[in-house]
Design a protein around this ligand. Sequence first.
Ligand SMILES: Nc1nc2c(ncn2[C@@H]2O[C@H](COP(=O)(O)OP(=O)(O)O)[C@@H](O)[C@H]2O)c(=O)[nH]1
Ligand SMILES: [Mg+2]
Length: 210
Amino acid sequence: MGFADSSLAEGRSRRTAQGRIDAPGGDQNAAPIPVKLVVAGGFGVGKTTLVGAVSEIPPLTTEEEMTVASEGVDDLTGVERKETTTVALDFGRITISDEIVLYLFGAPGQNRFWPLWNDLALGAVGAVVLVDTRKLEDAFASVDFFERRGIPFVVAVNIFDDAYHYEPEEVREALVIPQEVPIVICDARDRELAKNTLITLVRHAIDRTP
Ligand SMILES: Nc1nc2c(ncn2[C@@H]2O[C@H](COP(=O)(O)OP(=O)(O)O)[C@@H](O)[C@H]2O)c(=O)[nH]1
Ligand SMILES: [Mg+2]
């Protein structure tokens, strides 16, 4: 896509003009800037699916077959068809322009993995909080986490076939999301929609940079 012409590229030059990022100075050989993003949200919301859909390298994922050991531990309500679970994290990469390459870290959704989140969030430029409208309340912990740390985030409503389709503004109200935080409709299985979600996040993160 013609990302180099987009407002993200403009946003980046704005930052460059202010001297916050080393100017590429038109150097065609300059390495792209690595940008770390976290994909968060509750269990079974589509994090692994999203990272797999957009990654240009085979996503590194640490999915394991769910075993009886997770019975009664992982809440499968609404995701009964889920057969695997992320035991550590998902990792993927996507180049969105000559200048920016995104490194995606999918956080494990289960509460018992919370201690990992602090490490995952280190150095992150922004986060996608994936939301399943059948289990809206699962998003609160992620929203709180990034708000507390001042990490810019966007909320992506992942549409599941049997879920009622809420308008983004209804989701904003239900989750008490500030007006400046973008809310996008996504399908984690769809590469373009997932990619647009990431681009919205990068733009938002640039806008949020003082
Ligand atoms: N209908 C629908 N199913 C999805 C979507 N995203 C993920 N799924 C399915 O939901 C299940 C859980 O997704 P997964 O990516 O493993 O969730 P995670 O726990 O957040 O990593 C899988 O069976 C996916 O195929 C979506 O956008 N729409
Ligand atoms: Mg997963």
